[in-house]
Design a protein. Structure first.
Length: 254
């Protein structure tokens, strides 16, 4: 499905692309005529997502917490696509069964969460931006969370802190690279129907609470988040940088 030509032909790399918002974004961009490369740690789901996109979409298995693996993946994708125009650091983890408030949070859970969610975004941006500079500019769109701005996820202290770091990264990268034609923005999805959130959305009482708290009365669909990411990646957002776009059905507006 083509919604406009604003991303047609653009060479895009998406991390965490095998499931959820990343997969929905890959499908959205590919449907709009972009050339999409996928990176994920889940080899089986990654293969399925690439097959769904079709056209020989590059798919690279890598852990974004491993900078060497990200650097190699970016090099491979850049070679196969002939460069990059869009980088989407989306990969994230939420170690729900191990998460806790600060006085009960173990160091290993803290480190792994920040390694994936914050350092992973940094690794992807760092090596992706090098490719964008070689292409003469482009766009970076990071996936954040409203939990980075408000204490709406009590007990998910590592996750909330990691996402707050992502928002700081978005702002400083936007300032660093604007003069070289690179726009950097963040999307903050609210409660979204993804595999990451099934642990509580599958609970009837929890879902009812979401429907009560969210002014639009429901969780988001991954495709609704993907639409905003695709806009920020597109030429239609040519004057948007350093912005944090909350897409949460009004959750943090009230």
């Amino acid at each position: 499905m083509r919604y406009n030509g604003a991303v047609e032909g653009k060479r895009c790399l998406i991390t965490g692309a095998a499931k959820g918002i990343g997969r929905a974004t890959a499908l959205r961009l590919a449907g709009a005529g972009a050339r999409v490369a996928l990176l994920d740690i889940d080899a089986h789901a990654l293969s399925a997502a690439a097959a769904e996109i079709g056209g020989g979409a590059p798919a690279v298995e890598a852990d974004v917490a491993d900078e060497d693996a990200v650097a190699a993946a970016v090099a491979e994708v850049t070679a196969r696509l002939g460069g990059l125009d869009v980088v989407i650091p989306n990969a994230a983890t939420q170690l729900v069964e191990r998460e806790a408030r600060a006085d009960r949070l173990d160091a290993a859970t803290w480190r792994r969460t920040l390694d994936v969610n914050l350092s992973g975004a940094f690794h992807t941006a760092k090596h992706g931006i090098r490719a964008l500079l070689e292409s003469g500019g482009g766009a970076v769109v990071c996936t954040g969370s409203p939990a980075a701005l408000y204490g709406i996820a009590p007990g998910l202290d590592a996750y909330s802190a990691s996402k707050a770091g992502v928002l700081g990264l978005v702002r400083v990268l936007a300032a660093d690279y604007a003069a070289e034609g690179i726009r950097v923005n963040g999307v903050l999805p609210g409660i979204t129907e993804t595999p990451m959130n099934h642990w509580w959305l599958d609970d009837e009482a929890a879902r009812a609470d979401v429907e009560r708290r969210v002014p639009l009365g429901r969780p988001a669909r991954a495709e609704e988040i993907a639409a905003v990411i695709a806009f920020l990646a597109s030429d239609e957002a040519s004057y948007v940088t350093g912005a944090l776009w909350t897409v949460d059905g009004g959750l943090t507006a009230v």
